[in-house]
Design a protein around this ligand. Structure first.
Ligand code: MG
Length: 271
């Protein structure tokens, strides 16, 4: 092989090898989503065969060029594998939005208790099958029913719905959990709801608490809520948390307890 051929081979080898440098830099920065495993594998197989051919015929330039290409393509493949692994894990981490009233905070028990105390009534939760309390009481008491939940002390008294703390703690270890309340419906409740969350759910960062109006603004995979109306503009999947007032709803997935939510979501990430 003469000098011109050697120069030609060296220039060709340098060009095809250097061509990989920008690709390696791009994969390092972006994770190589736009590079195909099939293409890289096929290319590696090709240059390996060229290296073998170069060694057989004693072509030094050809062999060196393809050895360098194997190193570059192999680097691309390893970087792509390294960078994409965390991305795949991250995609499986769900974002779950969780309502407050009658989903994690038992507002109904306190609402009925205060109504019965004020009007000397004996309303029982079983009477609320498919109805809110304000739909059950006489029309002239509707304003009083709404006033009860606007009282600043109301939210401070609420118990936590059974198993909600433990299951949400487990969910928060595996998924992104946000507490989402349509608190604009009762702005007087802001401070009390904030205090209640800090007392009962201190493991939820305040950055993961959203007080809003329309829950359609929430960008989450799931919304767990006792009110079907919040699912209408929500773009993810609504899960109806069973409450007496929603027992006649059939349009969406219903879940009866926090134990059922644990079975649905805990461990989902690794499945
Ligand atoms: Mg609610």
């Amino acid at each position: 092989m003469g000098l011109p051929s050697t120069i030609l081979g060296t220039v060709a080898a340098t060009s095809s090898t250097v061509a990989f440098v920008p690709q390696i830099a791009k994969i390092w920065k972006t994770g190589g989503k736009d590079v195909s495993y099939f293409m890289l594998s096929l290319y590696l197989a090709g240059v390996t065969l060229w290296l073998s051919y170069g060694l057989v015929i004693g072509a030094t330039a050809l062999s060196l060029a393809n050895a360098a290409s194997i190193v570059c393509a192999g680097t691309c493949l390893v970087l792509k594998l390294m960078k994409e692994k965390p991305c795949r894990a991250e995609r499986k981490r769900l974002r779950i939005a969780i309502d407050m009233d009658e989903t994690i905070a038992d507002s109904l028990t306190e609402h009925i208790r205060r109504y019965n105390a004020e009007f000397a009534e004996k309303v029982d939760v079983d009477q609320l099958h498919g109805k809110h309390l304000e739909e059950l009481v006489p029309l002239d008491r509707s304003d009083a029913v709404r006033r009860i939940i606007r009282d600043e002390s109301f939210f401070d008294c609420l118990a936590v719905v059974e198993d909600a703390q433990q299951v949400i703690r487990e969910l928060a270890c595996e998924h992104e959990v946000f507490i989402v309340s349509a608190a604009m419906e009762i702005p007087e409740s802001f401070a009390a709801k904030h205090r209640w969350l800090q007392r009962h759910f201190p493991f939820i960062p305040m950055g993961n608490v959203v007080f809003c109006g329309d829950k359609g603004i929430i960008d989450a995979d799931y919304l767990i809520d006792d009110e079907v109306r919040h699912f209408h503009s929500f773009r993810g999947t609504g899960i109806l948390f069973s409450a007496p007032h929603n027992l006649l709803e059939t349009a969406c997935e219903r879940i009866a307890s926090w134990q059922h939510i644990r079975r649905k979501f805990v461990g989902l990430r690794s499945s």
